[in-house]
Design a protein around this ligand. Structure first.
Ligand SMILES: [Fe+2]
Length: 240
């Protein structure tokens, strides 16, 4: 699904597997980059979606992770195995992914799965900039949902500033996954100090949310008002 020129959503609950977070494809010359890459359960559909856009999944050179959760990067090991793709992940989520931590990666905590190990991981750092055909992508370290959560600012070539928010907007909060209310609040303050025209986030069907600055500020003001401890896992059914 094309969101903007050279900026595609190729993964998400309606596109690949119900448990999948969003995944975005950006051509980089003859090669391809992904922001997040869904679960192993969504892998085949993700490859199919890349092919349906006229691209070859074998050209996916890099995966930039919004954070180290199973629904976002569980398929990174499959990309590495099949295409030699390199995962880039912020250092503060690295230990959980290296250890395939069943709770911190949410793999077993929420999905009843094992986290597939990734051999080679490169660090993502705040302020790092990557050239893509869609425009320059800049990493914004936004700890809170997890310690290593990152957003990406895309300065699109058509002049639109897009925030790729991962789970920093609308993500779940739990001490089990290292969530930190104070750090998350600082991250939201930082996002509000920047300027975006629209945003995408970690759990939605293909859509660009417009009026971004006002919406993000609204989310910042409503953040952490209330938590529910009754969250249902995704791999069990509940009769009531
Ligand atoms: Fe997450």
């Amino acid at each position: 699904m094309k969101l903007l020129p050279s900026f595609y959503q190729v993964g998400g609950p309606a596109l690949t597997h119900p448990n999948d977070a969003t995944a975005f494809l950006l051509p980089v010359g003859e090669k391809l980059a992904l922001i997040d890459c869904c679960t192993p359960e969504g892998y085949d559909a993700l490859l199919q979606n890349i092919r349906a856009l006229g691209f070859d999944p074998a050209d996916v050179l890099e995966i930039y992770a919004t954070h180290g959760h199973y629904d976002h990067i569980g398929a990174a090991a499959l990309f590495e195995r099949d295409f030699g793709t390199t995962l880039h992940l912020h250092g503060e989520d690295r230990a959980a992914v290296d250890a395939c931590d069943p709770i911190m990666t949410t793999a077993r905590l929420l999905y009843g799965q094992d986290f597939p190990p990734v051999r080679n991981i490169l660090p993502l750092t705040d302020g790092e900039r990557m050239e893509t055909d869609a425009g320059v992508l800049e990493v914004i370290h936004t700890p809170g949902h997890t310690p290593g959560s990152c957003c990406f600012a895309l300065e699109h070539v058509c002049g639109i500033r897009v925030l790729i928010a991962g789970d920093t907007l609308h993500g779940g909060f739990s001490h089990k996954i290292g969530s930190d209310e104070a750090r998350w609040r600082e991250s939201l303050d930082r996002l509000c100090s920047l300027d975006f025209d629209c945003y995408v986030m970690g759990h939605c069907n293909p859509i660009l949310f417009c009026d971004a600055n006002r919406r993000i500020d609204s989310l910042r003001r409503s953040f952490a008002n209330y938590y529910t401890p009754w969250f249902k896992t995704f791999y069990e059914s509940y009769p009531y």
